[in-house]
Design a protein around this ligand. Structure first.
Ligand SMILES: O=P(O)(O)OC[C@H]1O[C@H](OP(=O)(O)O)[C@H](O)[C@@H]1O
Length: 326
């Protein structure tokens, strides 16, 4: 099939829908799913010409890219896979894309496990770790610590509005970690019992700022005030190349229904008494300035946030153009 319209495989659209609706979520998991979707697009392509194949692949990447704006692991994954797409025939393009996606996914897994080993070195036997949201990179550190015989306990913040803390609590309990679940507002009280705050990241900016689930910055400020170190577990795929040239990271604003149910909205509107409608805002992420972060743990070692730009230059050079814009 070869019309002027790009052909995006339904599996790609399904993955994009799942990412947008957060049925697939977490920065690393999103990157993995996006790479897998591009491989499926390539495998199932019946493009008649190399140009049509590339057009369809770029359209697929764009559809995946437009799902959520904050986690840079998504565009970084798409860039990686598309850069590996090469060949003069459709079949060569298909196999190079699939191979590139497979390599990416394998590297992602390896990076997380390496990062876990490095992060685990910061934890001591008997430590109590406070978590926010659900981060597979953060959990990799705890898992590696447990594997090397370091026992830890966890205080898990619920993480409103979507309560991803419940996923963290479940995973930690499966690993045998004693867990105390708290509401977000109780965090400062429990910092007195905490040895480390451990969070993940959706993006890391060139100045070392950490973009992570809403509530991270308040937690980090309170942790600093209490003298509790803040450790951010983030594979290098979370490094945001555009921030090297001064761009800021877009913060996703999600639907009001995550905060206020339809019934609650009706009840409030029913009591409005001529007042304008209640405004609800629901930012999914916030920015923690580098001065509140003690270490960013990556698969390439741990870094003080201020020095992360050196690693970014080494990994990305100057090229951050989007291959799907071509
Ligand atoms: O890559 P990993 O470490 O799994 O997750 C990183 C971050 O992704 C999540 O975002 P969301 O729940 O998708 O909005 C959280 O903010 C979490 O800290």
């Amino acid at each position: 099939m070869d019309s002027d319209q790009p052909v995006v495989d339904p599996a790609v659209t399904a993955t994009a829908d799942d990412i947008a609706a957060m049925r697939i979520r977490g920065a690393a998991t999103i990157a993995d799913a996006a790479a897998a979707a591009l491989a499926t697009q390539a495998e199932r392509s019946d493009a008649a010409t190399p140009a049509a194949f590339e057009r369809d692949l770029r359209a697929s990447a764009r559809e995946l890219y437009e799902t959520r704006p904050t986690a840079v692991s998504l565009p970084n994954a798409l860039r990686y896979v598309l850069r590996g797409t090469e060949g003069d025939t459709v079949s060569a393009l298909q196999s190079s894309t699939v191979e590139s996606a497979e390599t990416f996914r394998a590297e992602l897994e390896q990076a997380q496990s390496k990062l876990g080993d490095i992060g685990a070195n910061r934890l001591r036997d008997g430590d109590i770790v406070m978590t926010h949201c659900h981060s597979t990179d953060a959990l990799a550190c705890i898992e590696a610590a447990l594997e090397s015989g370091t026992a830890v306990e966890a205080i898990v913040k619920e993480t409103r509005p979507r309560k991803q803390g419940h996923i963290t609590a479940q995973r930690l309990r499966e690993l045998g970690v004693p867990v105390t679940l708290i509401v977000d507002n109780a965090a400062r009280r429990y910092l007195d019992e905490t040895d480390h705050v451990l969070v993940g990241a959706d993006s890391i900016a060139a100045d070392g700022s950490v973009i992570n689930k809403i509530g991270t910055s308040g937690l980090a400020v309170n942790a600093r005030e209490r003298g509790v170190p803040v450790m951010v577990a983030a594979q290098t795929i979370k490094l945001h190349p555009d921030t090297m040239t001064g761009q800021t990271v877009a913060i996703e604003m999600r639907e009001e229904t995550e905060v206020l149910s339809a019934d609650e909205r009706t009840a409030i509107d029913g009591n409005a008494d001529g007042m304008p409608p209640l405004r609800v805002e629901n930012p999914a992420f916030d920015v923690t300035p580098p001065r509140y972060v003690d270490a960013i743990v990556t698969e390439r070692g741990q870094f003080p946030p201020e020095s992360i730009v050196t690693l970014m230059r080494e990994l990305f050079g100057e090229t951050t153009a989007e291959p799907w814009d071509g």
